[in-house]
Design a protein around this ligand. Sequence first.
Ligand SMILES: [Zn+2]
Length: 339
Amino acid sequence: MALARVSSSSLLLLLPSSTTTSSLLHSFLRPFSTSSVSTRRLSHPRSLPIDASISQASPLPPTAREEGEVAGAPRPTSRRPWKPTCLYYTQGKCTMMDDALHVEKFNHNLSMDLPVNASAADKVKPQKLDYFLVLDLEGKVEILEFPVVMIDAHSMEFIDSFHRFVRPTGMSEQRIKEYIEGKYGKFGVDRVWHDTAIPFEEVLQEFEDWIGGHKLWKQKQGESLNSSAFVTCGNWDLKTKVPEQCKVSKIKLPSYFMEWINLKDIYLNFYNRRATGMMTMMRELQIPIVGSHHLGMDDTKNITRVVQRMLADGAVIQITTRRQPDTNDVKFLFKNRIR
Ligand SMILES: [Zn+2]
């Protein structure tokens, strides 16, 4: 997860399915409106099937809101209105793609949130890698969400995404319920989580099929990623959390997790400024926040937007951290780094 001060929660709404599209209503709750959240829960009992999950725009930082900006507003370069992302779709599980109203209301194309300006792409410096896999895990006790956005390192274009909600393996059902309620209830995505989450081991199997399909990794080689690397905001995701989860899930740490790019170190060395988290980077670079902070897929998209900006500013984004396979020691490749 991108460790930064939590600005606030936002909401999300899922509506019961119906044979008529007109019944697919949604209410856009105002941030901080907890009473509306409870109303939603009461009016949409768990027994009803869910049509879609949306991620609502986070409020911008107070100063921006006071200036009258609208949360989730499209960037000046884009005239398309911002839409909440369908979190069934991001996991390959949306069953409503033939429902015109659903498709109209929810974003089923992540590249819409990651537009690339052609003149900005011209400024990208030669890179050592061809693709970046931006990753921002959620879940402190166990991993709850594994979201990855793949972009082209040279054109900055969105290529693909991989997103799974992850079901803890070392917890009771009751504990999981409480954990998910506390973590995702405020975003209104607890139901899509319960509908779709699978154990970490299965997530990795599906992820391996995905990176294999993109020719970024071969299972039999047992090697690091081919001409690509994970980009994370800090070392926590791959230095700490994934190895911990592998222990809980009783699996060997896969070879594609042995090296990564800590964007904070790249940021420090490129701009010569320390950024303690995603929110600081976005504020300093004046990039508006899209979606809900601490909803993994939205944080991943926002970190991707920071990566795109840094590339356009001329940064060379390269491996910062490597784990020694024999000793398991982690080696930091940059002298000047965030500790
Ligand atoms: Zn959908």
